[in-house]
Design a protein around this ligand. Structure first.
Ligand SMILES: Nc1ncnc2c1ncn2[C@@H]1O[C@H](COP(=O)(O)OP(=O)(O)OP(=O)(O)O)[C@@H](O)[C@H]1O
Length: 469
């Protein structure tokens, strides 16, 4: 979608327009009638279409083509060419969704201004759509592990206030879904939830995207802050916000008002601000890529979202939920999970967290074998797991240790994973690893592994002092 389609029954005119546009660096395609035009659009929708209203000897006239384009490719801006004195028709075309019109005979500058504006508006619109696309995702948040319950407990406490929340946690752990949970349970639930993808917008576009703009030609085009009025604005990955925009956002938070790009009027909006980060913002402040004052304003209530590895117990529940969801949305087979598959999933590493689990489930369902329970062998290939039929590939660090220490390091890691997988429950862990409960306790003690309750969550970790003894 990068060229301009020129539809005119007069060859001289379409070639003239094409020459002008190509001189300006645009690629063009030409069509002399409605069939050719429709075929060109169906092959690949253009970035913009210039359309003559009167098409001699054609099955469809310009207005029909316009209607078809607006029905099937509503994002393609259409600029109408109308004969001199046909203003009513041009106005009718605008009502049908044409972006603008130019009258024949037109002057080149006028043509270029209209085209540039149309392209720019359509780009802004697309950008906003990508930003809002996430809006439709489901916001059912599932889990039953202690770490998850502790998270929900904290979220519940902030739903009723207006306090600014900073969600921190690794990529894909569910920060956005947590933000939606706050929104959905607050008295702003009926108002919009608007996501600003701080990493996805080019720095020089950020202000226009956030604050909107005002131009003589197009009037007011509201930005995301205005679109979120009454609801929640979610700054996803705040650490990626350009420094210049950070200062402007800070001003908005202090003054509770802003000005659109190109405008003079002050705009007031009522917003709740929720932000997320998977980076260490304090380090970003030290590196002077994040403004300290903004950090303090956004970080009023810090809430940390646990990684999937800290809530391994939830893996079967989440996997089953995603299987059901893919069954509903894409008709993928509704399969059960074998015990082996669950055990493997609960011991794998999940750098991409819940998102990675969701992607894995989708892949297994697509590539899968039949409709029976999902087996462990269908899970990621050996190459991805770094093991082969239980053969462990030694990591560099392990390979340099004497056997006794290497075995201890392995046992420590293995048992830590298992205990966390069973939510800190020693009996269930003992049962799974095939040891007596008391023997497991002794083993843990000798390895320096202790379990403790941190904000209501029982987790296993290594007590360095004990381990050193
Ligand atoms: N507790 C949960 N229950 C159900 N689905 C979840 C849960 N947590 C995360 N997900 C799903 O996992 C995916 C990733 O979640 P989300 O986008 O909220 O993560 P994130 O931390 O905001 O990611 P990123 O850091 O990449 O922005 C989404 O599809 C989300 O619906």
């Amino acid at each position: 979608m990068s060229d301009i389609l020129i539809v005119d029954d007069e060859r001289d005119i379409r070639e003239l327009i094409s020459d002008i546009l190509e001189d300006e660096g645009f690629a063009t395609r030409l069509a002399g009638g409605s069939d050719e035009a429709m075929a060109a659009i169906n092959t690949e929708p253009p970035a913009l279409m210039i359309l003559d209203i009167w098409l001699k000897d054609s099955r469809m006239d310009g207005i029909d083509i316009l209607k078809a384009v607006k029905r099937d490719n509503p994002d393609v801006p259409v600029v109408i060419i109308s004969g001199h004195g046909n203003i009513e028709i041009a106005v009718a075309a605008i009502k049908q969704g044409a972006y603008d019109f130019i009258e024949k005979p037109f002057n080149i500058d006028q043509l270029l201004v209209v085209i540039r504006r149309a392209m720019e508006t359509s780009r802004l619109r697309r950008e906003n759509q990508t930003l809002k696309r996430k809006d439709v995702v489901s916001s059912e948040m599932l889990g039953n592990s202690a770490a998850f319950r502790s998270l929900v407990g904290q979220l519940d406490k902030v739903t009723k206030s207006n306090g600014r929340v900073m969600l921190s946690g690794p990529a894909g752990s569910g920060k956005e879904i947590a933000a939606r949970y706050i929104h959905g349970h607050s008295n702003r639930a009926q108002a919009p939830f608007v996501t600003v993808n701080c990493a996805g917008v080019a720095p020089d576009r950020m202000e226009e995207v956030l604050f909107g703009r005002e131009t003589a030609e197009r009037g007011v085009e509201p930005g995301l802050l205005e679109q979120a009025h009454g609801g929640v604005i979610y700054f996803d990955e705040v650490a990626d916000m350009p420094l210049g925009t950070q200062s402007k956002i800070l001003r908005v938070l202090v003054d509770q008002q802003f000005t659109r790009v190109g405008g003079n009027d002050k705009v007031r909006v009522d917003l709740r601000v929720i932000s997320s980060t998977n980076r260490d913002l304090e380090a970003a402040i030290r590196a002077e890529t994040f403004r300290q004052e903004l950090y303090h304003r956004l970080n009023v209530v810090p809430i940390s979202v646990p990684s999937l590895e800290d809530r391994r117990e939830d893996i079967p529940l989440l996997a089953e939920h995603f299987i059901a969801e893919f069954n509903r949305s894409q008709g993928l087979p509704q399969r059960a999970l074998s015990e082996d598959a669950v055990a493997l999933m609960q011991t794998m590493v999940w750098p991409g967290n819940v998102r990675q689990l969701k992607n894995l489930v989708e892949r297994v369902l697509i590539l899968g074998e039949g409709t029976g329970p999902i087996e462990a062998r269908e899970l990621p290939g050996e190459d991805e797991r770094g093991e082969d039929d239980g053969r462990v590939v030694l990591s560099g660090a392990l390979a340099t240790l004497p056997l006794r220490e290497a075995r201890e390091a392995f046992e420590r890691e293995y048992l830590l994973t298992q205990i966390n997988r069973f939510g800190g429950n020693i009996s269930r862990t003992a049962n799974f690893v095939g040891m007596e409960r008391s023997a497991l306790h002794r083993k843990l003690k000798s390895l320096g592994v202790v379990t403790s309750a941190k904000s209501g969550v029982r987790v296993a970790h290594v007590d360095e002092e004990q381990a050193a003894e």
